[in-house]
Design a protein around this ligand. Structure first.
Ligand SMILES: NC(=O)c1ccc[n+]([C@@H]2O[C@H](COP(=O)([O-])OP(=O)(O)OC[C@H]3O[C@@H](n4cnc5c(N)ncnc54)[C@H](O)[C@@H]3O)[C@@H](O)[C@H]2O)c1
Length: 387
């Protein structure tokens, strides 16, 4: 029986995927696994029983990663689970930037007491007219989970899509529609596109990538969309671009003092992943990751340990070891197993930075003494018998 604890409300659709081998515990102190959204785990004491944390979402800055890695606690997140929610808002953002839908709706509200509102509307509607997105060029910077979905959807709406991502994953590349043009430089995106949307993580390299220089290269009347992170855009350069009407609209999901209420902007309060479906998708993915880890020892989508998949164990025994990524570890482990006469049916060892993970299938069960010896090895943080 495994015990899990939810530090935040987690969608029932996800929790329903736990089998009757699992019990929801009100107390974190007994939990094998924790599910979390935004609760600050950095200020919590982590119990010795805890071997996995699943963040239903992408960001993990509320989780004490260094401490988890040191204690052999595998931390998972759910990349891409909210991608569709963000994609839909980006498409909405492009439509809102192209036609004055917001202004039109506000105008109707102001006229609500006018008897002849229908006639007035016919007279006034040209004030809110705009353009269509079909046939326009869309540049996408970052073709990950979100960027690739935006690319395909925009292509489906008749846009000519240009994508730039020098580090694109094989999966994302396979999922891209053949209609997407592969841009080999950012300059191609900047100089060619009518709409430019950024979908890259915020790093030292990407911080402020939309700046005076890049805006200078863009077409007059460009629409910039930022649903990734506020700091990707240099706000001073943006404000200047809007003032000079170089930029027609800035659409963002990040409300900052500089852009809130600024003419030419459309700002939403970080709504990208705020959909019922995104919350469900995150919970479903988080529970599946935890189950595969707890029941099979497999790791997928961890942020602190390497991916590792040996499928379901068909041997007599499976042991999972989290340890430091140091020389001779496998030698020491196999020596201890060999001393008990245990034959290894399968073994995977993967490293990631300072830490590593070893999964071993054995043809017979390991004794308590052997497990204690493994646990005592220098650099080993946790030994878990999966089966
Ligand atoms: N608005 C929201 O609510 C919301 C929700 C989820 C994610 N996000 C943001 O969106 C970003 C993208 O999310 P995702 O799930 O698509 O992430 P992802 O990791 O799947 O994709 C990011 C892509 O950016 C690419 N990339 C990295 N550096 C680049 C560079 N310098 N130039 C071009 N491409 C580069 C990577 O190769 C990768 O393909 C996240 O980092 C996050 O900040 C926002």
């Amino acid at each position: 029986m495994f015990q899990y604890h939810c530090l935040n409300p987690i969608s029932k659709t996800g929790l329903d995927l736990f089998s009757d081998q699992y019990r929801n515990t009100e107390e974190m102190k007994d939990a094998d696994a924790v599910l979390v959204r935004s609760a600050k785990m950095t200020e919590m004491e982590l119990p010795g029983s805890l071997c996995a944390v699943a963040r239903a979402g992408a960001g993990v800055n509320n989780i004490p990663l260094a401490e988890c890695s040191e204690k052999g606690i595998v931390v998972f997140n759910t990349p891409g689970a909210n991608a569709n929610g963000v994609k839909e808002l980006v498409i909405a953002g492009m439509l809102l930037a192209s036609r004055d839908i917001v202004g039109g709706i506000e105008w109707v509200e102001q006229q609500k007491n006018q008897e002849d509102i229908g006639k007035l509307a016919e007279k006034q509607k040209k004030k809110f007219a705009g353009c269509e997105i079909a046939g326009k060029k869309l540049g996408i910077i970052g073709l990950g989970a979100i960027g690739s979905m935006v690319a395909n959807a925009a292509s489906g709406l008749g846009m000519e899509v240009y994508g730039f991502d020098p580090f694109i994953s094989i999966d994302a590349a396979w999922n891209l529609s053949r209609t997407i043009h592969h841009s080999k430089s950012l300059d191609e995106i900047y100089t060619k596109c009518d709409y430019i949307t950024v979908h890259v993580p915020l790093t030292d390299d990407t911080k402020g990538m939309i700046n005076r220089e890049s805006i200078g290269k863009m077409k007059d009347g460009v629409v910039i969309l930022n649903f990734a992170r506020d700091l990707l855009v240099d706000e001073e350069a943006l404000i200047e671009g809007l003032r000079e009407e170089k930029i027609k609209k800035y659409v963002t999901d990040f409300a900052t003092p500089a852009v809130a209420g600024l003419p030419g902007t459309l700002v939403t309060p970080h709504l990208g992943a705020s959909t019922e479906e995104a919350e469900e998708n995150c919970a479903v993915m988080a529970v599946k990751e935890l189950r595969d880890f707890l029941e099979n020892g497999n790791i997928k989508n961890s942020v602190n340990f390497p991916a590792c998949d040996m499928g379901t164990c068909v041997a007599v025994c499976r042991i999972a070891i989290t340890h430091k990524n140091i020389p001779n570890m496998i030698h020491h482990v196999t020596k201890i197993l060999g001393a008990e006469g245990l034959n290894i049916a399968d073994l995977t060892n993967k490293g990631r930075g300072e830490y590593a993970y070893t999964l071993i299938d054995l043809e017979s069960a390991a004794s308590k003494e052997t497990l204690t010896e493994l646990q005592g090895l220098e650099g080993v943080s946790r030994v878990r018998v999966i089966k």
